[in-house]
Design a protein around this ligand. Structure first.
Ligand code: ATP
Ligand code: MG
Length: 447
């Protein structure tokens, strides 16, 4: 009785939640206060002590309920970005279209966003209906309604250890369904990147796309072309380094989303050898991500585009172009075409070219060439690339085995492994090869 009264008084003082929310207790969702990161806990506590509403929201709540360790933490509050910034020593406001505050504690960065208002006629949109600016504040009900999927609209309050759920997100998560909040075609028009998010999240969490989400994707996929390429590239990186890239690409194809969006996948996945190579590359990246090992976008994009380069290179050689210059032309052409779409940064393009340009040098098993290759700073990446080429059947396994042994062999064994060079004719060829090889030295053949 007393507890009931206390709860009543407490609720009144704390102002009741607006709208019709399910308030889900610890026993049903299982997220204890200590399960969230220390930094997320500190951010919520500080904001709540200052009199604000504050919740862990989005992916972290979803992942914790699904038994996955969250990649990062997002926090939602009724404090404005300026109010948030003023409460923390290391905090800065970022973004234009969508202003948020980054609060830093040690190695952790918490993204704090202010509750957004629902869109209305005044919302700034482009001619396709894509929302351009989004800094009108609202309350938790508005904020929940504007999130993309029901499983992403869960608010965890560490002080009461409850989850606030306006859209049956917990039930959808338990039933393994990815359901859109609102009308899926309208939500895809507002932000076409949500189509990619649907694929990535469904692959990551093993969710089935609700038919209402799935059906419009096929006809709306081309809207992604109007999204600034840097944002598409960011989303592609998230997808490729999610630890579920192979599954994501499989689902992108099933939903017809790889057409146009990823011209590279269009072509490559339709070539039997290319598909094997790309799938092996994705599986190896997934394994690295899941094992917490470092990964490099340059390496992965080099694999994704390799069969494009091979096809382009072959065509040039057939026309009589010299092998090495033709490879460089092919690399540039492929990167120009794909780079335009994907906004591959110059640095990543440089890494990609370095890996590709090393490849012909792995064929040279005679003379000083293998020793020089071992000294290349990017030897390891080039060698990993050869392993994939061998595993996919593009080059003989024996070539990969040769390099596996050569790099760790002692000097006597190395000398014995070299393929013998014979006669003065061969030496002359080596000299002329040296000149054509020159551009492959690091730093000269890259941007
Ligand atoms: P992860 O962090 O695992 O990649 P996430 O769902 O947390 O997944 P974020 O990009 O961190 O993805 O976004 C945090 C939250 O912001 C989401 O859970 C969702 O509620 C909301 N959100 C993100 N992008 C969009 C979008 N394009 N449209 C609507 N809501 C979005
Ligand atoms: Mg997140």
């Amino acid at each position: 009785m007393i507890r009931k009264l206390l709860r009543h008084v407490f609720r009144r003082k704390d102002t009741p939640l607006p709208g019709k929310a399910a308030v889900i207790p610890l026993g049903q969702h299982g997220i204890r206060r200590e399960d969230i990161s220390a930094a997320a806990g500190r951010v919520c506590e500080t904001l709540q002590k200052a009199g604000h509403k504050c919740y862990v929201v989005g992916g972290a709540v979803r992942d914790l309920i699904a038994g996955i360790t969250p990649k990062d933490y997002d926090v939602a509050t009724d404090a404005t970005p300026e109010q948030v910034r003023a409460l923390f020593r290391r905090a800065r406001i970022i973004g234009r279209r969508f202003q948020i505050v980054h609060v830093m504690f040690g190695p952790e960065t918490i993204e704090v966003s202010t509750f957004r208002a629902a869109h209305d006629a005044d919302t700034l949109k482009d001619e396709h209906g894509r929302v351009l600016r989004d800094n009108v504040w609202g309350n938790i009900v508005d904020d929940a309604a504007r999130r993309d999927f029901t499983v992403n609209a869960l608010y965890y309050d560490p002080s009461s250890q409850t989850v606030i759920d306006y859209h049956h997100g917990v039930a959808d998560l338990k039933q393994k369904t990815l359901r859109m909040i609102g009308d899926p075609p309208a939500r895809f028009r507002e932000d076409p990147v949500r189509m990619l998010r649907a694929i990535r999240l469904s692959a990551k969490l093993g969710l089935i796309l609700d038919p209402a989400v799935r059906t419009p994707i096929r006809t709306m996929a081309e809207l992604i072309e109007n999204v600034p390429s840097a944002r598409v590239f960011d989303e592609m990186l998230k997808l490729l380094f999610s630890g579920h890239a192979a599954e994501c690409v499989k689902r992108l194809r099933e939903e017809g989303l790889h057409h146009g969006l990823l011209p590279l996948l269009d072509v490559i996945l339709d070539q039997p050898m290319g598909e094997k190579f790309v799938m092996l590359a994705l599986a190896s990246t997934d394994a690295r991500v899941r094992a917490g090992k470092p990964t490099s976008p340059g390496f992965l994009f080099a694999t994704l585009l390799w069969h494009e380069v091979l096809a382009n290179w072959e065509a040039r050689k057939t026309k009589g172009e010299l092998a090495i210059p033709a490879l460089y032309e092919a690399m540039d052409e492929v990167l120009d075409i794909q780079g335009e779409k994907l906004a591959i940064t110059r640095r990543i393009a440089g890494d990609i070219k370095e890996i590709w340009s090393l490849q012909p040098r792995f064929d040279k098993l005679a003379g000083k060439s293998p020793y020089r290759l071992l000294e290349q700073p990017r030897f390891r990446a080039g060698y990993d690339f050869v392993l994939l080429r061998a595993a996919s059947g593009e080059v003989p396994e024996t070539l990969a085995e040769w390099w596996t042994e050569f790099q760790d062999a002692d000097s006597e064994r190395r000398a014995a492994m070299l393929v013998p060079e014979s006669g003065p004719k061969k030496r002359r060829r080596t000299r002329s090869r040296k000149t054509s090889e020159a551009p492959t030295e690091p730093g000269t053949g890259t941007t």
